[in-house]
Design a protein around this ligand. Structure first.
Ligand code: DGL
Length: 273
């Protein structure tokens, strides 16, 4: 099957990477809206406009399903897309439920997301449904999106930003950190370093791709602990049957594909943190 996966930018690659592990035999169209990233600080109206354009593009490429690999775009636009198209539209949502379910005693949970995801009603509804013991604290991290886009994963600047954002929290009290934005996956080693070994880092990628597989009636690959590395930029196109687009522009040159290769390598490296 042909699956369209989109995000404002490189965060969506973390969802695509999970799909490579769980549904390795499918064909993918990956769309990063490079022209409009970041979404997380824009208005709902702007985000709906971007998403409409991307969905129409993916539909024109005859995809069998669309994955919104972006919590922000899902919060604002998933309902509208489902009304408009009759193929499966799979959205993302911060992994709050498993995080609060695994919390014990007086454990607390940090949910990090973009400012838009935090202000949207979708998250408040999710919290009132699942956070019955009021364990969750919300934290916006808009700058991590910029750092990820520029491949700055582990610099003093990122470390200082994270330290400043985590400073108000007594980190010994927290059992889980929910990565409620797909761009946040790249920084897992730093969260681990700053928050310690006890904290569980939880994202929604695995659940999203499993759900996609179920909806499309596809077998989920069981052997997901292998690592996927490629040697040359063209390998990520050929062996993964993936076409990459940046705001409608197909990426075929080695220079730009190399960035995708480096980002995918990083995601493989951070998988176990
Ligand atoms: N990757 C996105 C998310 O999951 C949005 C990042 C942005 O463009 O602000 O929320």
């Amino acid at each position: 099957m042909r699956i369209g996966i989109f995000d404002s930018g490189m965060g969506g690659l973390s969802v695509l990477d999970e799909a490579y592990h769980l549904l390795p035999d499918q064909e993918y169209i990956f769309y990063a809206d490079k022209k409009h990233v970041p979404y997380g600080v824009k208005t709902d109206e702007e985000i709906r406009g971007f998403v409409d354009e991307i969905a129409a593009f993916l539909i024109s490429k005859k995809v069998d399903a669309i994955v919104i690999a972006c919590n922000t775009a899902t919060s604002v636009a998933v309902a509208g897309l489902r009304q408009k198209y009759d193929i499966p539209i799979i959205g993302m949502e911060p992994a709050v439920k498993p995080a609060v379910e695994s919390a014990e005693g007086s454990d607390r949970v940090i949910v990090m997301a973009t400012p838009v995801t935090i202000r949207e009603e979708k998250l408040s509804r999710l919290l009132s449904r699942v956070d019955v013991k009021h364990r969750v604290d919300l934290l916006d991290m808009p700058k991590l999106v910029e750092f990820a886009e520029s491949e700055v994963f582990d610099s003093e600047e990122v470390r200082d930003y994270l330290k400043e954002k985590f400073a108000p929290f007594d980190t010994t009290k927290y059992s889980a950190l929910v990565l409620g934005c797909t761009h946040f996956n790249y920084f897992k080693p730093l969260y681990r370093e700053l928050l310690g070994d006890r904290i569980r880092l939880m994202d929604g990628n695995n659940g999203t791709i499993r759900h996609l597989g179920d909806v499309l009636g596809l077998d989920i690959n069981k052997d997901i602990n292998n690592r996927i590395y490629f040697n040359s930029p063209q390998d990520i196109v050929v062996y993964r049957k993936t076409t990459y687009y940046e705001s409608g522009d197909e990426i075929t040159d080695n220079e730009r594909l190399s960035k995708y290769l480096r980002m995918l390598d990083r995601l493989e490296f951070v998988r176990d943190f």
